[in-house]
Design a protein around this ligand. Structure first.
Ligand code: ADP
Length: 587
């Protein structure tokens, strides 16, 4: 059903009230006025009759001339005068010829006089053909009633007077009604516009706009209602801004967390998820909300953990392995959430990505295994030779040979330990190394000084292709270590009588040092792993050359510290070019 507007309702009610009150009072006024006029006229008629009676004597009743004059004195007046004889015969009348009139003895007013009282009677007159009010008094002498003096006034004349007043009352009522209508319209309009302004402002409040407030005007109750609504809006605004601030704080906290965080309801439907979790599970922003945990994570284990937490109402901590493009290990803290009434409402999952930690742990294990393995070879050999020396008689030649082998193995042990110490030293943060700008040729010269003898032993020519203007911004000791390792390798793996070229290239964004040899080269399938710790193409050959398998990994780490890189270009059997790139603008 269509509901009426407050204006229509109010205006209709006012209209009915105004209509009823003005109508009833107009009706009442008209009726009262009519009654009043009739009563006054009747009294007046009675009074007039009594006065006229004093002017008429019984003797006059037989004098038709006197009677004629008496009644004619009343003609032209609004009062009709009739003289009736004791026998009911009309002797004179101010309005009619008395001879044509019938006997009046049966007229109620005359009957009343005969019965000794007087009566005002209203009835239709056959004589004058209209409604009249009659009154009559008897003319007496000592003997009894000798005749009657009757007066009458026209009801129509009275009604005409009443009607003219009725018209005035109706006109006044209509004017009053129109005025009331205007007032009702204005009052209804005012009230409905006030209610509408409350409705409008409440609508703004509902939309979270609190700048529109009500004007505090009008009657006391309405202005105090406006004030209450305005202060309600202000407190609502404060509360909402507090809630929004809290929500934003909570949201920014959640969004800035590196740990993936997910909140699910008791049916394992995702209610909230932070960007880290979205990134981890590879879902678009906001795309996971409303979906099931299993759909998004694809992990049944995680589902079982959360279901277990919900069933037991206990928080838990587990490690779950996720298989996607790669294997990830997540530590999951699941905490039960409760609503304000203490009922379980969901579960909060905070995840800690342990993948890197697990990878480092595996690398550490692998490294320890590698180190142990590398150390075992020389220590086992040393142990074996010493046992032989202790348990057997050996001649001088054998003794010298054994001592030589022992010397080589202990040297090897030393080299491994030295390289490990260098590597450990390089694990510090890059910021703790101080770099200098110096000519790259200085670096090359120091390296050649160290390697020169070894190269000569293998008749290897060390060629330098560089300019004194080429500069490098580097850590002097670390960069020398890296270049030494490369040139040492070039000499180690370069053939007898070959040439090793040390070349420098100065570019816009940095300096590159290349070490080129034409030795055995490195097969393509080994090139990717060549910079890893203990990685060697040919273990036996490396060992023979006194290699540790750590040299290139030291080079790689040194270049990382410099923010640069170490690269390899090699072709099996033809030779290798190792390059060191030091970033920096030198122009
Ligand atoms: P190593 O102490 O064994 O030389 P490195 O880390 O310096 O250890 O080198 C790793 C491996 O890379 C070596 O064992 C060798 O097989 C290969 N290699 C390094 N430099 C060269 C080179 N210039 N020519 C051929 N092979 C090389």
């Amino acid at each position: 059903m269509k509901r009426l507007s407050i204006f229509t309702t109010l205006f209709s009610i006012f209209l009915v009230i105004v209509l009823l009150s003005i109508g009833v009072s107009a009706l009442y006024s008209i009726t009262t006025f009519k009654n009043f006029i009739f009563e006054v006229e009747k009294d007046d008629l009675m009074e007039k009759t009594e006065i006229l009676l004093t002017l008429l004597s019984v003797d006059d009743l037989d004098n038709s001339e006197v009677l004629e004059r008496f009644t004619q004195a009343g003609s032209g007046q609004k009062t009709r005068i009739t003289i009736i004889g004791a026998d009911g015969v009309v002797k004179s009348d101010s309005m009619r010829d008395h001879e044509t009139m019938d006997n009046h003895l049966n007229r109620p007013e005359v009957v009343a006089n005969i019965e000794d009282y007087s009566l005002v009677v209203e009835r239709y007159s056959d004589t004058v053909k209209e409604h009249m009010i009659y009154y009559s008094l008897p003319l007496r002498d000592e003997v009894g009633i000798k005749g009657f003096l009757r007066t009458a006034i026209s009801v129509e004349a009275l009604n005409q007077r009443v009607n003219s007043v009725t018209v005035t009352i109706v006109i006044i009522s209509i004017i009053l009604f129109i005025l009331s209508l205007v007032i009702c319209y204005m009052v209804s309009m005012n009230f409905s516009s006030f209610i509408n302004s409350i409705k409008r402002v409440a609508g703004y409040f509902a939309k979270g706009e609190f700048n529109n407030i009500l004007v505090e005007k009008g009657p006391r109750e309405l202005s105090s209602l406006s004030r209450s609504i305005n202060s309600m809006g202000l407190s609502l605004r404060d509360r909402i801004s507090t809630i929004v601030k809290q929500k934003n704080r909570y949201k920014s906290m959640l969004e800035s967390m590196v740990e993936p965080v997910i909140r699910v309801d008791l049916n394992l439907i995702i209610e909230e998820i932070n960007p880290s979790a979205e990134e981890f599970f590879n879902v678009t922003h906001g795309g996971a909300v409303g979906k099931s945990l299993l759909d998004i994570t694809g992990s049944r284990d995680l589902n079982d953990i959360v279901t277990g937490s919900i069933n037991s109402s206990l928080d838990s901590e587990n490690i779950v392995v996720f298989q996607s493009s790669h294997e990830s290990h997540l530590q999951i803290h699941s905490s039960i959430l409760f609503d304000g009434e203490g009922n379980k409402s969901g579960v909060l999952l905070v995840m800690n990505d342990l993948t890197e930690h697990v990878r480092l742990e595996e690398m550490r294990k692998e490294f320890v295994a590698n180190v142990s393995h590398e150390l075992r070879t020389p220590t086992t050999a040393i142990q074996g030779y010493i046992e032989t020396l202790m348990n057997n008689d050996v001649n001088e030649d054998q003794f010298k040979k054994f001592m030589g082998v022992l010397y080589n193995h202990s040297n090897r042990l030393n080299s491994i330990i030295d390289d490990l110490l260098v590597l450990a030293g390089l694990e510090k943060s890059s910021d703790s190394f101080v770099f200098e700008l110096f000519p790259v040729i200085d670096l090359i010269s120091s390296v050649i000084n160290v390697i020169h003898d070894k190269a000569e032993k293998k008749s290897i020519t060390l060629k330098v292709d560089s300019s004194e203007r080429h500069l490098v911004y580097a850590h002097p000791i670390l960069s020398e270590q890296a270049l030494t390792n490369l040139v040492t390798n070039a000499v180690k793996y370069g053939g007898e009588g070959s040439t090793v070229i040390i070349r420098t290239l100065q570019g816009r964004y940095g300096t590159t040092i290349e070490v080129e040899d034409n030795g055995c080269g490195i097969p393509l399938d080994h090139q990717e792993q060549i910079f890893e710790r203990f990685y060697r193409v040919d273990r036996a050959r490396s060992r023979d050359q006194g290699g540790t398998g750590l040299g290139l990994s030291i080079v790689k780490r040194v270049m990382n510290i410099h923010g640069g890189d170490a690269k390899l270009k090699s072709e099996e059997g033809k030779g290798s070019v190792f390059s060191l790139y030091f970033p920096g603008k030198y122009h």
